[in-house]
Design a protein around this ligand. Sequence first.
Ligand code: SAM
Length: 317
Amino acid sequence: MNAKRGKEREDFVESRKKAKQVADFYSGRSNQSREERESSPIIHLKKLNNWIKSVLIHLYVHKGDSVLDLACGKGGDLIKYDKANIGRYVGVDIAAGSIDDAMKRYNNRRQRLSFAAELFCGDCYEVDLERSIQGGFDVCSCQFALHYSWSTIERAERALDNVSRMLNPGGFFIGTMPDSNVIVQKLRAAQGLEFGNSVYNISFGEEHRTKRFSQATRFGIQYHFKLEDAVDCPEWLVFFPYFQSLAANYGLDLVLKLNFHDFVHKHIKDDHFIDLMRKLGALGDGSNGDTLSPDEWEAAYLYLVFVFKKRGEPGPR
Ligand code: SAM
């Protein structure tokens, strides 16, 4: 084996190890009771995240649509898709424990849901999904998870190839992920290699002491992310302009990119979405801590919303 092939093999083994670390972390997270959930230090952030996903679904998912939910987790978005009256749902996640929970959630509600769901355990950034899933989706969603594909170029390309081949022409790719602009800005402003507040902490390794990321290192820039009661694992920076141009190679054109703060400011003016925000309980009048804390709002600034459209003319509905 020559040196280049040897290095590629090493990177592949390392990226698999990291993917397993992420999968084990999420698999090990047990379902919370209602009381545990309500007493979470980031309960309002979780509710805000649900509001953002609900608004995205309201804007881009239509009655009868077929939806592919990549990295679907415990199936937390099943009810949102039921409200959107979709026709087909397929969820895939690398964490076996999460797929088991999603299956239970689906089985508990299946009589009342408007659609049939199929759930698979698999690595969406390594396997060719076309081998096990019949394509032709109107919407592909990847919520809070695409950054796990950015450990190597091969994984990022596999993720986008899967999205593109599964979507119908004119179909939407919707998602949420960390905003690397904000993370890099905060890293540069920090004294050392870590920053955060009472609800989150981000730390970079010594190799990033210069805090400069060159064109040559667009992939594999790892940091450790800890969000109270939610995340404690390695993640990777996704540089948006590069993500956008890579997506374009797979026939996916950018429709929308907004930091969570801007997304909230834009849609909170709409009466329908304000009502939804109240129903979900993300915003209160501030009394008794019934609204987002400043630290939760700062954590929300770490994320962005994206929407892409698959090139080509949509077929008849
Ligand atoms: N999308 C869900 C949601 O919004 O509630 C779950 C989000 S959770 C923060 C991230 C999810 O990404 C976890 O369920 C994790 O198992 C999944 N994940 C990470 N890497 C993955 C991969 N390579 N393939 C499939 N799922 C992956």
